[in-house]
Design a protein around this ligand. Structure first.
Ligand code: TYD
Ligand code: MG
Length: 482
């Protein structure tokens, strides 16, 4: 590198030694470099965590708008050691012992994880504040009969101990620590050598080497990266807890999703006691499995029969309601669908949905108008999937369209009937997945009749003792129902 000085050009050797013919010492010039390095300014995206030298309205990586903010990067490096991992030959890895899965001791959590934790996995447990993440993490710690380290960066050890007493947890394998410095956490991991570490929460953990506050995108990204390194180097499972706000405005753990092996989200509505644990990403198992819990004064309890819970307060013989066996992962859950259709008071009719896709409803209303001839243009439509469940399954179409028609015509659907089928633009009822499983669940809960897509009929389905009505078009279903 050439450096201009008043006496002419001379060469700077990056090893730090000055050239013999040059009068300037290394001590005189080195601070200049350091000062330049220390004030590096980058723009960090709070959504994906990528950084850029210039500000942009839209993040060039993830295309989110308004997520870039200025951040002064520190040149100080964290003092983590850089161990080089050995490379491995695939046949040797395959012939070795299979990676062990550690059961959490909670069946619903194991189901979502695909059978338990894998050693060396990094797992993110996200959810809005107060949903019950810390409670679930503590239950998991007590369910595992191995050495566990619970880092409660949010609460003191005493507060966690109080909670543990309330949840009747007394695990002899559980170590508590209120450490919130990432290097301190790593030291604890090295000292205690646990098999599972819970970091609650990533928003309160910080690297003091960075110039930003805990919870900022740079801190979250850096601490996440350090924990990732430790989990892979030491083969320890790390469960990171992270808050997300409902509107997603603050830097949440979104950017961590790319780093971790598994992403679990805990969902729940303040109005209900049940909590749903979903897997949004899983490198070692199936996604879209759900675990269902009930929150009471003694913590989270597993719900073994969710269909009964969701149908507990079912409205019977009311126009606009019907039951549909949904599928969450591999598990059928019966859901009550409620639709209310009323005359619109204002020019543009409202479409208000809870748990169902807005565009899909628009399509179903268009099918009702065009193929069945029901005028919906001046009607408000309200859709609610009872119990706060969110459904992203085309098999719900028939139930939604029939409930909408039922409410419009003020004609109730028979209470012991379940409806299943995807609806196409021609008004046809299309085949769906796992019909047999869904119908078996309906039968177990005492349903007598099922309206199903004709194309999904097979021998296994026919054997189920339920009165089956295969239909090809929505209008055929209407003939049976109304
Ligand atoms: P918590 O696990 O602290 O939530 P998070 O870590 O996601 O912020 O749970 C907080 C809520 O759970 C709080 O509103 C009280 C409720 N709760 C119970 O109803 N019963 C219990 O036994 C516990 C521990 C919490
Ligand atoms: Mg908490």
């Amino acid at each position: 590198m050439d450096i201009q000085n008043p006496n002419g050009i001379f060469h700077w050797d990056l090893t730090g030694k000055t050239h013999p013919c040059i009068p300037w010492s290394r001590e005189a010039i080195f601070p200049l470099f350091m000062a330049k390095l220390k004030t590096k300014i980058v723009f960090l995206c709070s959504s994906c965590g990528d950084d850029f030298p210039k500000w942009n309205g839209q993040c060039p990586s993830c295309k989110e708008w308004g997520t870039l903010s200025e951040f002064k990067a520190s040149s100080k490096k964290s003092k983590g050691k850089t161990e080089i991992r050995d490379s491995k030959f695939l046949p040797d890895v395959l012939s070795g012992a299979p990676v062990e899965r550690i059961s959490t001791g909670i069946r619903e959590a194991d189901r979502v994880l695909g059978g338990g934790f894998l050693s060396g996995a990094l797992i993110l447990l996200g959810g809005s504040p107060g949903v019950g993440k810390s409670t679930l993490a503590l239950h998991i710690c007590s369910g595992i009969d191995r050495k566990v380290l619970y880092i409660s960066a949010e609460e003191s050890e005493e507060q966690v101990a109080l909670r543990a007493r309330r949840l009747k947890i007394n695990s002899k394998y559980l170590h508590l620590s209120g450490e919130n410095e990432v290097e301190g956490i790593i030291t604890h991991i090295e000292r205690i050598s646990p098999e599972l570490v819970v970091v609650d929460s990533i928003q309160t953990v910080m690297n003091t080497g960075l110039d930003s506050l805990p919870g900022s995108p740079s801190q979250i990204r850096d601490c996440g990266q350090r924990l990732l390194e430790v989990s892979k180097q030491r083969n320890v499972t790390i469960l990171i807890v992270g808050h997300v706000t409902k509107d997603g405005t603050i830097a949440g753990p979104k950017m961590l999703e790319h780093m971790v092996d598994t992403v679990l989200y805990m969902d729940g509505d303040d109005r209900y006691d049940h909590r749903i644990l979903r897997s949004a990403k899983n490198r070692f198992g199936a996604t879209h499995e759900v675990g269902i819990f009930n929150m009471d004064s003694e913590g989270l309890k597993e719900v073994t029969n969710p269909s009964e819970m969701f149908l507990a307060e079912r409205s019977i013989n009311i126009p606009g309601t019907s039951v549909y066996p949904s599928l969450e992962g591999t598990r059928p859950i019966l859901v009550e669908v409620q639709v209310l259709v009323s005359d619109a008071n204002f020019g543009t009719p409202q479409r208000n949905l809870n748990g169902f896709d807005y565009k899909r409803l628009g399509m179903l209303i268009a099918v009702l108008e065009k193929r069945i001839g029901l005028a919906m243009g001046t009607k408000d439509v309200f859709v609610n999937l009872v119990g706060g469940l969110r459904v992203n399954d085309p098999a719900a179409d028939l139930s939604i369209i029939c409930s909408t028609a039922s409410s419009t015509m003020d004609n109730p659907i028979e209470e012991n009937t379940v409806l299943l089928g995807e609806v196409g633009l021609a008004g046809e009822v299309r085949s769906i997945s796992r019909l047999e499983h869904r119908l078996t669940e309906a039968k177990t809960l005492g349903f007598k009749t099922a309206i199903v897509p004709a194309a999904s009929m097979n021998d296994k389905v026919k054997k189920i003792e339920i009165d089956l009505h295969p239909v090809k078009f929505v209008k055929d279903a209407f003939k049976i129902l109304f």
